[in-house]
Design a protein around this ligand. Structure first.
Ligand SMILES: Cc1cc2nc3c(=O)[nH]c(=O)nc-3n(C[C@H](O)[C@H](O)[C@H](O)COP(=O)(O)OP(=O)(O)OC[C@H]3O[C@@H](n4cnc5c(N)ncnc54)[C@H](O)[C@@H]3O)c2cc1C
Length: 384
């Protein structure tokens, strides 16, 4: 086993670290406090080559390895998970879905602007009454001439209010359960589509754009179908599997940022005549955070390396997401305590990191769901 990172992958990490330091870090606190989605960043991500990082070069991408992609998401996640989340949704959930399941025309029409950041894309699966239970979705695609009319409601859709195109999952026949689900590319300004911000204010990812989408007879044609009629469940699950690696890597970034902040504070803050880092109780916290960070990163890198090698990786990706997001929540929580009152203010990013990490335990399959995936893989089919 070779633990060295290739020069190409390191260059990708360096690129993303510089991007995050220049375009994200100076504004992350303000965007979070104001709940502001700053669309100008999309083009900056495109110009830097980050949005299309995971895509092949013939569609404007950079053909990064999965290891490089994971390092990129760690760098963005260490600074701002609203924007790491944007890259995951646009680049992986939609971009890789279209690469895997789109036809030649869809790939040609959509992937170059997606990679360049000249268009914004969203992935709309979740509904008020169908979250984890995807097969229960009730958004209908009713036949209309050579196409369909979509009616129903989606919520919590990242980029939903800003997207030029939305990959929408609807059923052509609810009785068919998951075999009726079909993916459609819908224009953000399509007649019959109403987009509203989510009610309330989100706990985290406040620099993102989350929307409720109401479809009232939105017309789509045969050329808008992604992956075939009745094949949308596979398309949707494929998108989530691509995205999970980015979420897990982003959670590694959170742990790294928290550990850096905690160590710096433990070295500089003095109480009872000594550095607080010289108290064994503080040392335990730092050592545990370090061990969890290392374990999370190794899990992410193993999952990424399996993907690069074209080997089965579902259990490994779920293990990485489960472990890394749970550890990110603990790391941010411990950092706030370790910083004392200084951790209990937005001047420290730890509070934002904690709120973002909670979201990362929820989307692209909750921590409960990752455990289900892992356990089902361990147990296999009941042969009895
Ligand atoms: C910040 C953020 C961004 C999001 N972005 C998007 C997006 O871009 N597109 C999109 O389509 N969706 C998006 N979502 C929605 C997200 O995917 C769902 O919230 C998630 O799938 C869970 O669905 P739910 O919230 O309806 O919870 P539910 O499915 O109702 O689950 C409630 C609880 O029950 C548990 N549970 C459910 N079923 C089981 C089971 N079989 N076994 C054990 N426990 C179970 C869950 O783990 C959870 O704890 C986003 C959510 C957030 C928070």
């Amino acid at each position: 086993m070779d633990f060295r990172i290739s020069d190409d992958a390191r260059a990708v990490a360096d690129l993303c670290r510089t991007f995050a330091a220049t375009h994200l870090a100076p504004f992350a606190r303000e965007r979070d406090e104001q709940g502001r989605f700053d669309a100008a960043v999309v083009r900056q991500l495109g110009d830097a080559g980050i949005l299309g990082g995971a895509l092949p070069t013939d569609v404007g991408g950079r053909a990064w390895s999965k290891v490089a992609y994971a390092l990129a998401m760690e760098e963005l996640g260490a600074v701002d998970n609203s924007w790491r989340g944007f890259v995951t949704v646009q680049g992986s959930l939609v971009g890789l879905c279209l690469l895997d399941h789109g036809d030649a025309t869809q790939r040609r029409e959509h992937l170059p602007p997606l990679a360049a950041g000249t268009r914004i894309y969203a992935y709309a699966l979740t509904e008020p009454s169908a979250g984890t239970d995807v097969a229960a979705l009730s958004t209908r695609a009713v036949p209309d001439g050579d196409g369909w009319r979509i009616s129903g409601e989606k919520h919590w859709i990242t980029n939903g209010g800003a997207a030029d195109f939305i990959l929408v999952f609807a059923t052509v026949d609810p009785a068919l359960k998951h075999k009726g689900i079909t993916g459609f590319l819908v224009r953000g300004d399509a007649p019959g589509l109403v987009r509203r911000p989510m009610e309330g204010s989100e706990l985290g990812h406040r620099g993102s754009n989350h929307a409720r989408l109401v479809f009232d007879g939105v017309r789509v044609g045969p050329s808008d179908v992604v992956g075939g009629v009745g094949k949308g469940f596979r398309v949707a699950m494929g998108g989530l599997e691509h995205g999970r690696l980015g979420v897990a890597a982003g959670a590694v970034g959170i742990q790294r940022a928290c550990l850096d902040e905690a160590v710096a504070f433990a070295k500089s803050r003095r109480q009872f005549g000594q550095r607080i880092g010289d108290f064994q109780m503080i040392q335990k916290v730092l050592a545990d955070m370090h061990a969890n960070l290392e374990a999370s990163r190794l899990l992410v890198m193993k999952a990424a390396a399996l993907k690069d090698a074209g080997l089965p990786n579902q259990r490994e990706v779920s293990t990485a997401k489960l472990f890394a997001t749970d550890a990110a929540v603990r790391a941010a929580d411990e950092t706030i305590l370790l910083l004392g009152s200084r951790g209990y203010t937005s001047l420290s990013p730890a509070g934002r990191m904690l709120r973002d990490a909670k979201g990362m335990q929820i989307y692209e399959g909750t921590s409960h769901v990752q455990r289900l995936i892992i356990a089902r893989d361990l147990l296999g089919k009941d042969e009895g």
